[in-house]
Structure formats: structure tokens, C-alpha cells
Design a protein around this ligand. Structure first.
Ligand code: SF4
Length: 104
């Protein structure tokens, strides 16, 4: 059985926190479009934060994002906020990537 099938089987047996996420179908609020301006990002993340603040699986989501060093906005935290807390993504992009290159 392929790994994807095993994962799907396990999810069917146990359920998955993602099945209860408030953000289902709203991916555009959680990941930036190309060349997003700071003001647009602030507006997008404010809308995302509203969904997260009422989400029943925020703890699971936050733990997942931190553990897997995810990109984007998860559980009320931006990538930069997770970075400050020590959960830096493996390959930074944008401003942090430039800062990383300049520092090395
Ligand atoms: S906490 Fe936010 S990002 Fe995480 S599942 Fe809920 S709505 Fe989605």
C-alpha cells in the first residue's frame, strides 16, 4: 500500500484535526500571493486571525506549524512570529532570506 493510501486510511480511522479547521476553503488568506504589499499582507492576516481566533483546533494547528517549520500564517501566527520564537523555516524567503544572505 502506498504511503499516501496509508495516511488516508489512518485519517479515516482516527479523524484529523484538519477536518475541524475553520479555514477549510480559505487558503488564500493564509499564504501570500506573489509580490504582496505590506498593507495587503496586514489586511489578509487580519482576516486569517479572525478565523483562527474562533477555530476549535488552534492548539493542534499551532503545534503542527511550529514542529514542521511551515510557511504562511497558521494558528494566529505569522512565519516571522514563529521565527522569533525559534521555529524558523528551513529555507527562508523574502526579507528574511535577504537578511540571512547578508549576515553570512
Ligand atoms: S487555527 Fe487558523 S490556520 Fe489553524 S486550522 Fe484553525 S483556522 Fe486554520
Amino acid at each position: 500500500m502506498a504511503l499516501v493510501e496509508q495516511i488516508e486510511d489512518r485519517r479515516a480511522e482516527t479523524g484529523d484535526w484538519r477536518d475541524h479547521a475553520n479555514c477549510v476553503g480559505r487558503t488564500e488568506l493564509f499564504f501570500p500571493p506573489r509580490a504582496e504589499r505590506p498593507q495587503a499582507r496586514a489586511r489578509r492576516e487580519r482576516k486569517a486571525a479572525e478565523l483562527c481566533s474562533a477555530c476549535p483546533v488552534v492548539a493542534e494547528c499551532r503545534a503542527h506549524a511550529r514542529e514542521h517549520r511551515e510557511y504562511g500564517y497558521w494558528a494566529g501566527e505569522s512565519e516571522e512570529q514563529r521565527h522569533v520564537l525559534g521555529f524558523t523555516v528551513a529555507a527562508p524567503i523574502g526579507i528574511r532570506a535577504r537578511q540571512h544572505r547578508e549576515a553570512s
